[in-house]
Ligand binder design. Structure first.
Ligand code: URA
Length: 448
């Protein structure tokens, strides 16, 4: 890494005035901050200048590279084959990782998956995994490599060694209103993913009411930036633009989502979940060189669910990481929340819209999510949707069933859920689950 030093205030001024920073200048800022040579207030000013004036692809790549090399890049060469991961920009009811990771591993592609926790209205894969009694997501790097080598799959949380600069900078962004910047988000995501030791990456970039990017055009820009950075690091990267105008599937909440994932791996599960799962899994299988095309990968993905190998891989990884496999084999044996309350439709018609953000917040209030990073989550809390956009509904029919241990929250959550679901007399147009694919050749319409 460059040892050049610069005047920090001059670099902030340059970015403030809309000029481009060089790779050396960005490397200096990130390295000096990580080494405590620049105070929080100067990096905060740089972040705000970057937020307001943007970073071009060269700058975003330099930022990613600097944050990536603030820690170690894991060497996974002990495990043969191309290692492929998937990253989602986050949503409500997004349990896809739990389903596609065992599918892809069962199809012969190693999946080293480092995931995050839920924050605000979105859920996190780690909280879902930890709802399985005994399952541990905290492992050191040696154990991370050992599990991957043995199982072709590992499902863990971020270690201290992976992109530490991102961890510090993300915490600053959180309190300086600089999170929602496309190049800063892209640099943050890609520095962590590239440090995992992967060869290729599939990105699920969500748009809509429950997504980080509410507007489709912003999600497209984010996808293009992420793919551009991935390709510059020599990693094959494919992104899909997927719909988050309503929660994915029917289950929202940690254990409820694990249970739905088990249904999916056993050949059932909601159609919207399985459509996107097979597309992302098929793309990972293709990028891992186990299929000659995405279509062939999708076929292999379906086959692994049908023949039970994906479910067996799920049982194996739960056991390997210390989880209780009896609740995986028999999900109905899992203890239920104390209060299970049906929410009726206030009128008849068709479900025409859902405010997925408000539904995610209702799930948080029921105990499934956290407001601050230190909060704990209740694995049993959440809700099941019985109706989705386009479904007909009668007045008084149950649209949602709430699960909670906080009796005092049930009435307020039921009211928020009723408000978040719009029922009209005319059936809405069907939603497109996946609108586009973004790869090194640009953006393409996704045709089913
Ligand atoms: N997720 C990340 O990892 N980083 C961001 O900046 C936003 C979402």
């Amino acid at each position: 890494m460059s040892e050049k030093t610069f005047n920090t205030a001059s670099l902030i001024r340059k970015k403030r005035d809309g000029e481009e920073l060089s790779k050396d200048e960005i490397q200096y800022l990130i390295r000096a901050y990580t080494e405590d040579k620049i105070p929080d207030y100067q990096i905060s000013a740089f972040l705000m200048a970057s937020f307001l004036n943007g970073l071009n692809t060269d700058e975003a790549t330099a930022l990613t590279e600097s944050m990536l090399h603030s820690g170690i890049v894991v060497d996974l060469s002990e495990t043969p084959g191309k290692k492929v991961d998937k990253h989602s920009t986050g949503g409500v009811g997004d349990k896809l990782s739990l389903i596609l990771a065992p599918i892809v591993a069962a199809c012969g592609v190693p999946v080293p998956m480092i995931s995050g926790r839920g924050l605000g209205h979105t859920g996190g894969t780690l909280d879902k995994l930890e709802s399985i009694p005994g399952f541990t997501v905290d492992v050191d790097l040696d154990r991370y490599k050992e599990i991957l080598k043995k199982q072709n799959l590992v499902l863990v949380g971020q270690t201290e060694e992976i992109a530490p600069a991102d961890k510090r900078i993300y915490a600053l962004r959180d309190v300086t209103a600089t999170v929602e910047s496309i190049p800063l988000i892209a640099g943050s995501i890609m520095s962590k993913k590239l440090a995992e030791g992967i060869d290729a990456l599939v990105l699920d970039v969500k748009f809509g009411s429950g997504a980080f990017m509410k507007r489709h055009e912003d999600a497209v820009k984010l996808a293009e930036t992420l793919v551009g950075i991935g390709e510059r690091f020599g990693k094959k990267t494919i992104a899909y633009l997927t719909n988050m105008e309503q929660p994915l599937g029917n289950a929202v909440g940690n254990w409820l989502e694990v249970k739905e994932s088990i249904d999916c791996l056993r050949g059932g599960g909601p159609d919207d979940v399985m459509e996107i799962t097979h597309l992302l899994a098929g793309t990972m299988i293709y990028l891992g060189d186990m299929a000659d095309s995405v279509e062939e990968g999708i076929e292999m993905s379906r086959q692994s669910v049908e023949d039970g190998t994906a479910f067996q891989k799920w049982v194996d990884i739960v056991e390997e990481q210390g989880g209780d496999t009896s609740v995986i084999e028999d999900p109905d044996s899992y203890p239920k929340a104390d209060y299970i309350v049906d929410v009726p439709a206030p009128q008849g018609g068709y479900v025409s819209e859902m405010d997925a953000f408000a539904l995610g917040m209702a799930s948080l209030e029921l105990g499934a999510g956290r407001r601050a990073k230190e909060d704990s989550v209740d694995p049993q809390a959440g809700f099941m949707l019985h109706k989705k956009i386009g479904d007909p509904v009668k007045k008084g029919e149950t649209i949602v069933t709430i699960h909670t241990n906080k009796k005092e929250m049930a009435d307020a959550a039921a009211e928020s859920i009723q408000k978040a679901i719009t029922i009209k007399q005319i059936a809405p147009k069907p939603l497109r689950q996946v609108t586009h694919r973004v790869d090194t050749d640009g953006i393409h319409d996704h045709i089913v």
